[in-house]
Design a protein around this ligand. Structure first.
Ligand code: HEM
Length: 121
Protein backbone atom coordinates (compact mmCIF):
# COMPACT_ATOMS: atom_id res chain seq x y z
CA UNK A 1 0.00 0.00 0.00
CA UNK A 2 2.81 2.44 0.81
CA UNK A 3 4.77 1.61 -2.30
CA UNK A 4 1.82 1.82 -4.70
CA UNK A 5 -0.31 4.45 -2.90
CA UNK A 6 -3.22 3.77 -5.33
CA UNK A 7 -5.23 6.89 -4.35
CA UNK A 8 -3.12 9.95 -5.15
CA UNK A 9 -5.11 12.72 -3.46
CA UNK A 10 -8.28 13.82 -1.75
CA UNK A 11 -9.30 17.41 -1.09
CA UNK A 12 -10.62 18.96 2.10
CA UNK A 13 -12.28 22.34 2.74
CA UNK A 14 -11.17 24.04 5.95
CA UNK A 15 -14.11 24.75 8.26
CA UNK A 16 -12.12 27.25 10.34
CA UNK A 17 -8.92 29.30 10.14
CA UNK A 18 -6.00 27.08 11.06
CA UNK A 19 -2.29 26.48 10.55
CA UNK A 20 -0.67 23.33 9.12
CA UNK A 21 3.10 23.00 9.43
CA UNK A 22 3.48 26.79 9.49
CA UNK A 23 1.11 27.37 6.54
CA UNK A 24 -1.90 29.51 7.34
CA UNK A 25 -5.19 28.10 6.02
CA UNK A 26 -8.33 30.21 6.11
CA UNK A 27 -11.87 28.90 6.56
CA UNK A 28 -13.37 27.74 3.22
CA UNK A 29 -9.96 27.34 1.58
CA UNK A 30 -9.33 24.03 -0.16
CA UNK A 31 -6.43 21.84 0.95
CA UNK A 32 -5.20 18.88 -1.08
CA UNK A 33 -3.69 15.84 0.64
CA UNK A 34 -1.17 13.99 -1.48
CA UNK A 35 -0.99 10.51 0.05
CA UNK A 36 1.89 9.49 -2.22
CA UNK A 37 3.94 12.38 -0.83
CA UNK A 38 3.20 11.40 2.78
CA UNK A 39 4.10 7.80 1.97
CA UNK A 40 7.53 9.01 0.74
CA UNK A 41 8.13 11.29 3.74
CA UNK A 42 11.77 10.81 4.73
CA UNK A 43 10.91 11.87 8.31
CA UNK A 44 8.68 8.79 8.62
CA UNK A 45 10.41 6.28 6.31
CA UNK A 46 14.12 5.57 6.14
CA UNK A 47 15.08 5.21 2.45
CA UNK A 48 11.51 6.11 1.37
CA UNK A 49 12.23 5.28 -2.29
CA UNK A 50 13.28 1.74 -1.39
CA UNK A 51 10.74 -1.11 -1.57
CA UNK A 52 11.43 -2.85 1.74
CA UNK A 53 8.74 -4.90 3.47
CA UNK A 54 11.20 -6.04 6.14
CA UNK A 55 11.34 -2.77 8.08
CA UNK A 56 10.68 -3.62 11.73
CA UNK A 57 8.51 -2.23 13.00
CA UNK A 58 6.83 -1.15 9.77
CA UNK A 59 6.16 2.60 9.97
CA UNK A 60 2.49 3.50 9.59
CA UNK A 61 1.62 4.13 5.94
CA UNK A 62 -1.20 6.48 4.91
CA UNK A 63 -2.48 4.90 1.66
CA UNK A 64 -5.98 4.65 3.19
CA UNK A 65 -5.72 8.07 4.87
CA UNK A 66 -4.10 8.99 8.16
CA UNK A 67 -6.91 8.10 10.55
CA UNK A 68 -9.68 10.45 11.61
CA UNK A 69 -13.33 10.48 10.57
CA UNK A 70 -12.65 10.24 6.81
CA UNK A 71 -10.31 7.23 6.99
CA UNK A 72 -11.15 4.87 4.10
CA UNK A 73 -14.42 3.13 4.85
CA UNK A 74 -13.41 0.18 2.66
CA UNK A 75 -9.87 -0.29 4.02
CA UNK A 76 -10.48 -3.73 5.53
CA UNK A 77 -12.37 -4.96 2.45
CA UNK A 78 -9.60 -3.61 0.20
CA UNK A 79 -6.86 -5.28 2.32
CA UNK A 80 -8.75 -8.58 2.11
CA UNK A 81 -9.31 -8.25 -1.66
CA UNK A 82 -5.62 -7.51 -2.24
CA UNK A 83 -4.52 -10.49 -0.10
CA UNK A 84 -6.99 -12.86 -1.84
CA UNK A 85 -5.99 -11.58 -5.29
CA UNK A 86 -2.27 -12.16 -4.72
CA UNK A 87 -2.90 -15.53 -3.01
CA UNK A 88 -5.05 -16.69 -5.94
CA UNK A 89 -2.59 -15.47 -8.59
CA UNK A 90 0.17 -17.40 -6.79
CA UNK A 91 -2.02 -20.50 -6.36
CA UNK A 92 -3.46 -20.63 -9.90
CA UNK A 93 -0.44 -19.44 -11.88
CA UNK A 94 2.67 -20.18 -9.79
CA UNK A 95 4.75 -19.98 -12.98
CA UNK A 96 3.58 -16.47 -13.94
CA UNK A 97 6.52 -14.20 -14.81
CA UNK A 98 6.54 -10.46 -15.55
CA UNK A 99 8.40 -9.87 -18.79
CA UNK A 100 8.34 -6.10 -19.25
CA UNK A 101 7.51 -2.68 -17.89
CA UNK A 102 3.93 -1.93 -16.78
CA UNK A 103 1.72 0.57 -18.63
CA UNK A 104 0.24 3.03 -16.13
CA UNK A 105 -3.26 4.52 -16.08
CA UNK A 106 -3.21 8.18 -17.20
CA UNK A 107 -4.89 9.67 -14.15
CA UNK A 108 -4.21 12.38 -11.57
CA UNK A 109 -6.41 10.53 -9.04
CA UNK A 110 -5.53 6.84 -9.26
CA UNK A 111 -2.03 5.43 -9.50
CA UNK A 112 -2.93 2.22 -11.28
CA UNK A 113 -1.43 -0.27 -13.67
CA UNK A 114 -3.42 -0.97 -16.86
CA UNK A 115 -1.26 -3.71 -18.37
CA UNK A 116 1.81 -5.74 -17.44
CA UNK A 117 3.36 -8.07 -20.02
CA UNK A 118 3.57 -11.58 -18.55
CA UNK A 119 4.19 -15.12 -19.61
CA UNK A 120 3.72 -18.56 -18.09
CA UNK A 121 7.01 -20.35 -17.70
C1 HEM B 1 -6.74 -0.28 -2.44
C2 HEM B 1 -8.01 0.19 -2.36
C3 HEM B 1 -8.35 1.52 -1.71
C4 HEM B 1 -7.56 2.59 -1.45
C5 HEM B 1 -6.08 2.80 -1.73
C6 HEM B 1 -8.41 3.59 -0.81
C7 HEM B 1 -7.97 4.82 -0.37
C8 HEM B 1 -8.76 5.77 0.25
C9 HEM B 1 -8.29 7.04 0.74
C10 HEM B 1 -6.85 7.56 0.67
C11 HEM B 1 -9.35 7.68 1.30
C12 HEM B 1 -9.31 9.06 1.96
C13 HEM B 1 -9.08 8.88 3.45
C14 HEM B 1 -8.67 10.14 4.16
O1 HEM B 1 -8.09 11.02 3.57
O2 HEM B 1 -8.89 10.24 5.39
C15 HEM B 1 -10.49 6.83 1.13
C16 HEM B 1 -11.78 7.15 1.52
C17 HEM B 1 -12.87 6.36 1.30
N1 HEM B 1 -12.88 5.08 0.80
FE1 HEM B 1 -11.28 4.07 0.11
N2 HEM B 1 -9.68 3.09 -0.70
C18 HEM B 1 -9.69 1.83 -1.24
C19 HEM B 1 -10.77 0.97 -1.31
C20 HEM B 1 -12.06 1.28 -0.92
C21 HEM B 1 -13.18 0.37 -0.99
C22 HEM B 1 -13.09 -1.09 -1.48
C23 HEM B 1 -14.26 1.06 -0.54
C24 HEM B 1 -15.68 0.65 -0.40
C25 HEM B 1 -16.12 -0.58 -0.58
C26 HEM B 1 -13.80 2.40 -0.18
C27 HEM B 1 -14.60 3.39 0.32
C28 HEM B 1 -14.18 4.63 0.75
C29 HEM B 1 -15.06 5.68 1.24
C30 HEM B 1 -16.58 5.61 1.35
C31 HEM B 1 -14.24 6.77 1.59
C32 HEM B 1 -14.69 8.13 2.14
C33 HEM B 1 -14.73 8.11 3.62
C34 HEM B 1 -15.12 9.49 4.16
O3 HEM B 1 -14.85 10.51 3.52
O4 HEM B 1 -15.68 9.55 5.25
N3 HEM B 1 -12.46 2.48 -0.41
N4 HEM B 1 -10.12 5.67 0.51
Amino acid sequence: MRWATPVIHFRRTATADTEINGFKVKADQKVVLFYNSGNRDERAFKDPYKFDVTRTPQPVQIGFGAGGPHFCLGANLARREIAVMFDEIRRRTPNLRITGEPAYLQSSFINGIKRVPCRLN
